[in-house]
Ligand binder design. Structure first.
Ligand code: HEC
Length: 197
């Protein structure tokens, strides 16, 4: 064998030399790094557990997990809506200034007039200028929740889905100015008579 072809092993790699020898060809064995083996065997263990849990032990399906998370979101939303739907006298005070009431008139013209008619004399929606009420009692505190939540079954839209809270307070402030005005050609009274001032 010529000197060049002689096996040369570095001093610090001697312990890696494997004991087979094929016509003078020998191999060094560099073991896989620990992190690599750990990830590899870990993945096998994990995927086995995962498969058994989801295939045989009744682990939830993607749809079930989605529905569970979704139910939590819906519950949060409802909680939030309930909170927002409560009349807040401080906000009403803030959004019922003459300037805001004017804006409320605009909100009313753009959104409410189709059903409640000009100056709230009523058409599809009830007359808002008399002393008779179906849901509200003529006060801002009782009108606000009706507007916020609507009466979807009876054709009164859910305004919290369309208008901001500020706009709803402003519209309520405007509706308040219509109360007791008994507009000509108004719709016949509906609901019960409320004696508030
Ligand atoms: C698509 C038609 C429609 C629109 C638009 C509409 N309403 Fe109504 N509204 C109704 C109907 C119908 C009722 C009565 C619901 C019932 O019979 O239970 C009602 C009821 C109400 C009531 C309660 C009246 C009572 O007697 O208790 C208030 C207050 C009211 N609407 C305010 C508004 C305001 C403010 C707007 C605009 C932001 C608006 N509505 C827009 C149809 C409408």
């Amino acid at each position: 064998m010529k000197e060049d072809n002689k096996l040369h092993v570095e001093e610090n790699e001697k312990h890696l030399l494997m004991d087979h020898n094929y016509d003078g060809i020998q191999e060094l064995n560099h073991p896989l790094p620990f992190w690599w083996s750990f990830t590899f065997y870990g993945a096998i263990v994990f995927s086995t557990c995962y498969f058994v849990y989801y295939m045989f032990l009744g682990g939830p399906s993607l749809r079930q997990e989605f529905q569970k998370d979704y139910a939590v979101i819906i519950a949060y939303q409802q909680e939030y809506k309930k909170k927002e739907g409560i009349f807040d006298p401080e906000l009403y005070a803030k959004f019922s200034t003459p300037e805001n009431t004017k804006k409320g008139e605009e909100v009313f013209t753009n959104n409410c007039m189709t059903c409640h008619q000009e100056k709230g004399r009523g058409d599809i929606g009830p007359n808002l200028t008399d002393e008779y009420w179906l849901w509200a009692k003529g006060t801002p505190a009782t009108i606000y929740p009706v507007v916020f939540n609507g009466v979807p079954d009876n054709g009164m839209p859910v305004w919290s889905e369309v208008l901001s809270k500020e706009e709803i307070y402003e519209a309520v402030a405007y509706v308040q100015t219509l109360h007791h005005t008994h507009q000509p050609n108004g719709k016949a009274p509906q609901g019960v008579k409320v004696d508030d001032n």
